[in-house]
Design a protein around this ligand. Structure first.
Ligand SMILES: NC(=O)c1ccc[n+]([C@@H]2O[C@H](COP(=O)([O-])OP(=O)(O)OC[C@H]3O[C@@H](n4cnc5c(N)ncnc54)[C@H](O)[C@@H]3O)[C@@H](O)[C@H]2O)c1
Length: 187
């Protein structure tokens, strides 16, 4: 397949495994460069070695995205290494089951930190570079954004927050953006 991604640099949050890992592999097959940002150093290194062995360019940044500083650094490292950023794939997240009855105000905020806030932070720090490249932002959401799910208020609210998040602000900069719901394409 030629998706016209050759030599594009794509930063993938949560890119060490799961959906993010599959995206890194697919991007590499298309000739793109993956910047994997993930807190799982072991899985990230395993995938980095796999991609390098296949001849792809790849950078691994081990970081916990709940820290805004680490979000900023991840973008900085990508720019330092490759000098360009063509797409941001916001993907990292976890269904942490913080619900109304068995959660708490503090746990709810924690869930937003794990699932929502870094999507904004990454887009914020990547924006100047994406404006230059007329690049793309893709947010991985979930069907729970629309349907909700029992006992997962924090996660479902976060996923709802991904749907409109960049769209309102990127049109002026010719940045393409979209939010995907993997539940749909996994069926
Ligand atoms: N798997 C599904 O059926 C499904 C359904 C709907 C939505 N999603 C969404 O798709 C995305 C990926 O899900 P997945 O199933 O591939 O998950 P996964 O657990 O297989 O992989 C997620 C990766 O993100 C990393 N990660 C998570 N939080 C992080 C953080 N704070 N900092 C750094 N790295 C972090 C993990 O280490 C892991 O490598 C998530 O946003 C999830 O909400 C998944």
């Amino acid at each position: 397949m030629n998706l016209q991604l050759r030599d594009k640099v794509v930063l993938i949050t949560g890119g060490a495994k799961g959906i993010g890992g599959a995206c890194a592999r697919a991007l590499s097959e298309e000739g793109a460069t993956s910047v994997i940002v993930d807190r799982d150093a072991e899985a990230g290194e395993k995938l980095r070695q796999e991609l390098l062995s296949a001849g792809a360019r790849c950078l691994l940044v081990t970081a916990d995205l709940t820290s805004p500083e680490r979000c900023a650094q991840s973008v900085e490292y990508a720019m330092k290494e490759f000098g360009q950023l063509d797409a941001l794939l916001n993907n990292a997240g976890v269904n942490d089951r913080i619900g109304l009855e068995h959660g708490s105000p503090e746990q709810y905020v924690g869930s937003l930190q794990r699932n929502l806030l870094h999507y904004y932070n990454m887009a914020h720090y990547a924006l100047p570079h994406l404006k230059r490249s007329k690049g793309s932002i893709v947010n991985i959401a979930s069907k729970t954004a629309i349907t909700g799910q029992g006992g997962t208020s924090g996660y479902a609210s976060s996923k709802g927050g991904h749907l409109p998040e960049p769209r309102l602000e990127t049109d002026d900069h010719h940045i393409k953006d979209s939010s995907g719901q993997p539940d749909d394409w996994r069926r």
